[in-house]
Design a protein around this ligand. Structure first.
Ligand SMILES: [Zn+2]
Length: 454
């Protein structure tokens, strides 16, 4: 068996969801590219264990031979998948692309035996299609390693989901036009940009709360409509606060919150949060919403810096704190910053690199998780150092300048210095390129002490 898989670049999926029979039927067009150094003849595809392929063809509609067999992953034997192999009509040279069309169908009952939270099913109450269940074709060799490798691919997608009238389908992309309802079914269309790595489609009798002026949307189950209204109000006030603080967003940002059943595991996708019902109803978690809305204002990080997660997660975490300061007062703000410090200490106890590697080295070490805590503190100390209005203006100027062009750490420093007229070299050395700040955070120094430290 060929152990490598081509990279998927494009998905065009058509789902017909039948809640009564707990099943779906699908037509899938996959655009793949051979990223290997040798020609390939097989396209390995993984599907949910109870879903069967009934036909395969190429881009021109000519039938392709295929095999399928339910197998266990060799590196995770509890995980059973339908391993499909499609034989291309002729070898695909390195760098070239091919189209594969699959027709498949079957029921969906989750993978609780592999991942406790993957209880995804298709039912009258709730249906969820996501990568974990392979309810859409995953182009990968049949192993955990192959499955993981497939998520490194970036692709665009178009999805059409046909559901019985009364149901709403929401996907992890943008709506493409109004839903079409006829003869007892509704069809929803959505598209995902070329940076997508996963696809989600949720289907239920959602109450859709829409705020087109702010590009906010909440899809809530009927029974939780009241909680949905509250969640929408929290998102709205966060968005209005960031607008007043940082100025209008420069890029078309949007945020859609989709309720999922309890125990199915909350998760995020670009511009989307799939949030479990309990978290949905918990008012004490409003600050998580402020964080997610804050991401709409993120600058673009340059490629080598992105994995540091500084320009997204440090910023969203500190914006979250600023929203808490605005809505809950200075005390709640300080408590949140101290909780970031505590999380930092807990993480450093498990991984000392959080202390010894400077923020500028996070990307290389893949320890961007520390940006949520120490990264947020770096902005807190910068805020203290510059003062209220110069900080607000400097951050706003930086975000505006780098909303569409990529920023690195030096760009950030220069933007701050240009806007504020201050030399922040010492702060930069302590927090970004050096590690003095780690010691100060761990020693419990106050923000005033840190800003004054020489
Ligand atoms: Zn975040």
């Amino acid at each position: 068996m060929q152990s490598t898989a081509p990279a998927v670049e494009h998905y065009k999926l058509h789902f017909a969801i039948d809640p009564k029979s707990h099943s779906l039927s699908a037509e899938a067009d996959l655009g793949v590219r051979n990223t290997e150094t040798q020609a390939i003849t097989l396209v390995p595809v993984l599907l949910y264990r109870l879903m069967d392929v009934s036909a395969a063809s190429d881009g021109a509609g000519h039938p392709l031979r295929f095999t399928q067999k339910v197998v266990k992953f060799p590196d995770e034997p509890t995980w059973q998948v339908n391993a499909v192999e499609v034989m291309l009509a002729k070898p695909l040279p390195p760098g070239q692309t091919a189209s594969v069309h699959l027709t498949y169908a079957g029921p969906l009952f989750g993978y609780p035996e592999v991942m406790q939270y993957v209880r995804d099913t298709i039912s009258e109450q709730y249906s969820l299609i996501r990568a974990e269940t392979m309810a859409y074709p995953i182009v990968a060799a049949p192993s955990i390693a192959g499955w993981r490798q497939s998520f490194k691919n970036k692709f665009d997608f178009e999805i059409e989901t046909k559901v019985p009238a009364g149901f709403t389908a929401v996907c992890s992309g943008k709506d493409a036009g109004e839903a079409q309802t006829r003869e007892g079914t509704s069809t929803f269309r959505c598209i995902g940009d070329a940076e997508s790595a996963q696809i989600s489609v949720a289907v239920a009798k959602f109450r859709v709360l829409d705020d087109p002026e702010r590009n906010l949307r909440v899809d809530v189950l009927e029974a939780d409509a009241e909680a949905g209204t509250q969640v929408m109000a929290d998102m709205r006030r966060a968005l209005d606060f960031y607008r007043s603080y940082f100025g209008e967003m420069r890029r078309a940002g949007s945020l859609t919150l989709v309720e999922i059943p309890d125990g199915w595991g909350s998760y995020g996708a670009p511009g989307h949060i799939f949030q479990s019902a309990a978290a949905f109803k918990d008012r004490s978690r409003a600050s998580e919403l402020y964080h997610e809305v804050g991401h709409i204002w993120n600058a673009r990080a340059s490629e080598g810096v992105q994995r540091a997660r500084y320009f997204d997660e440090a910023f969203a975490s500190y914006f979250e704190a600023l929203a808490v300061r605005k809505f809950e007062g200075p005390e709640a703000f300080r408590a949140l910053m101290e909780s970031y410090r505590q999380t930092y200490l807990d993480r450093v106890a498990r991984d000392a690199r959080g202390r010894t590697v400077p923020i500028a080295g996070y990307a290389k070490e893949e320890i961007g998780v520390f940006s949520y805590t120490k990264g947020a503190w770096s902005l807190y100390v910068l805020h203290q150092l510059l003062g209220e209005e110069p900080f607000r203006r400097a951050i706003s100027d930086f975000l505006a300048a780098y909303s569409d062009k990529p920023a690195g750490f030096d760009d950030f420093r220069h933007a701050i210095e240009k806007s504020s007229g201050r030399d922040v070299g010492h702060w930069f050395e302590q927090w970004i390129t050096g590690t003095d700040a780690s010691t100060m955070l761990i020693d419990g120094k106050s923000v005033e002490e840190m800003a004054g430290a020489r």
